[in-house]
Design a protein around this ligand. Structure first.
Ligand code: UD1
Ligand code: UDP
Length: 351
């Protein structure tokens, strides 16, 4: 059985690493890896292939950045060509980026079955490009791997129950797989110049980088928080900050880091402030309270007892959440049992 996996953006390398490891160990399964080139900086792409032992892509489209239509259009044309050449039994796509949408659309038009990892996530906010990508991908896919019961519920409500399988979350698998390695590694995964005590932050969502008031609100809040804030900065955010905003003096801006370094930074932080989907979950898995710099979250399971506080970009909500006491109640186990990659691989290979 031949599976063609489409990846292109940072979180997809991390998710695909967990599944590829298992998929490639299964007898009779051949995985072909296609990298669209959506992310291309060394620290947004190559670092993950090296650290997580992801095999070299068999096909690299080198699409790069562009408007949604231009970027997705180039991907569609490139993926179609590869699909016609490789003729896989399945196309496997991850998450909700433009690479996800392009992979699903190119395959379904060629009548190649599509499987979607992280299906059923909904923010119910169509202004987010990711929401459009998810809805369309789920609608055309043949197998929907849902990470949470909330996701299976959304798919059922949309009439997609028969294609849905609850698998748990592959990012939970990854955290369980690498956490001990990072903890035992001492300072091996520490990033130079990090203060002893800090909040960890990431910001990259279009609604935060492209709306001036939102980014200004986040920076004002960061400046008002007592303590250092370490920000591994997404290239999108770096470009927008440059020359346009005053950066508060307690903000320690560093280049994007690898996955293991990011786990280290999360494990040693006081709390996490982010608009990332993946980092919200990792904070939860690693027992760090999260402040979500968005108006809503898809990961509603994390929002209880102070473990995840959804504040949008309002300093009056962000600062008290950052300074609130640490949660006293335990977290819940709602992301599967750390075997999502195996369940997905077995379902795909028909075992
Ligand atoms: C994309 C996904 C988003 C995901 C994020 C993960 C879409 C619509 N968005 O957002 O869902 O959360 O990836 O990080 O697919 N850039 C570089 N170097 C790179 C990559 C990007 O400089 O290696 C800069 C470019 O200026 C580019 C901008 O970042 O225009 C945005 O990149 P893009 O891939 O379009 O979207 P992300 O914001 O990364
Ligand atoms: N991440 C990383 N280095 C960084 C910032 C994030 O390895 O400098 C990891 C993070 O730990 C998580 C994933 O990237 O595993 C999340 O990706 P991102 O925030 O870019 O996208 P999203 O999850 O919001 O789609």
């Amino acid at each position: 059985m031949k599976v063609l996996t489409v990846v292109g953006a940072r979180p997809q390398f991390i998710k695909a690493a967990a599944v590829s490891r298992v998929l490639r160990s299964m007898p009779g399964v051949q995985e072909i890896l296609l990298h669209t080139g959506q992310h291309y900086d060394e620290n947004m792409s190559a670092v993950f292939f090296e650290e997580l032992s992801i095999p070299e892509p068999d096909h690299h489209l080198g699409v790069g950045s562009g408007s949604h239509a231009v970027q997705t259009g180039h991907m569609l044309a490139g993926i179609e060509k590869v699909l016609m050449q490789e003729k896989p039994d399945w196309t496997l796509v991850y998450g909700d980026t433009n690479s996800t949408l392009a992979g699903a659309l190119a395959a379904v038009k060629l009548h190649i079955p599509v499987a979607h990892v992280e299906a059923g996530l909904r923010s119910f906010n169509k202004a987010m490009p990711e929401e459009i990508n998810r809805i369309v991908t789920d609608r055309v896919a043949d197998l929907l791997f849902a990470p949470t019961r909330t996701a299976t519920g959304h798919l059922k409500n949309e009439g997609l129950e028969s294609a849905t399988r609850f698998t748990g979350d592959v990012m939970y698998d990854s955290v369980l797989f690498y956490r001990d390695q990072v903890l035992k590694g001492g300072d091996k995964y520490a990033t130079a110049g990090i203060p002893g005590e800090y909040f960890l932050a990431t910001v990259h969502r279009a609604e935060n980088t492209d709306v001036r008031d939102n980014l200004a609100g986040i920076l004002e809040a960061f400046g008002a928080i007592r303590g250092k804030i370490v920000l591994p900065i997404h290239p999108r955010t770096r470009k927008i900050l440059a020359g346009n905003f005053t950066v508060p003096s307690n903000l320690v801006i560093i280049d994007p880091v690898g996955y293991l370094e990011m786990l280290w930074l999360t494990l040693h932080s006081v709390k996490v402030l982010t608009d990332s989907g993946g980092l919200q979950k990792e904070a939860y898995f690693l027992g760090k309270p999260c402040i979500t710099l968005r108006t809503e979250t898809e990961w509603v399971e994390t929002v209880h007892d102070g473990w995840n506080t959804v504040t949008a970009t309002d300093p009056a909500r962000i600062v008290p959440a950052a300074e609130a006491p640490l949660p006293a109640t335990p977290r819940k186990d709602e992301f599967g049992d750390g075997k999502a990659a195996r369940i997905i691989s077995e379902l795909l290979s028909g075992m």
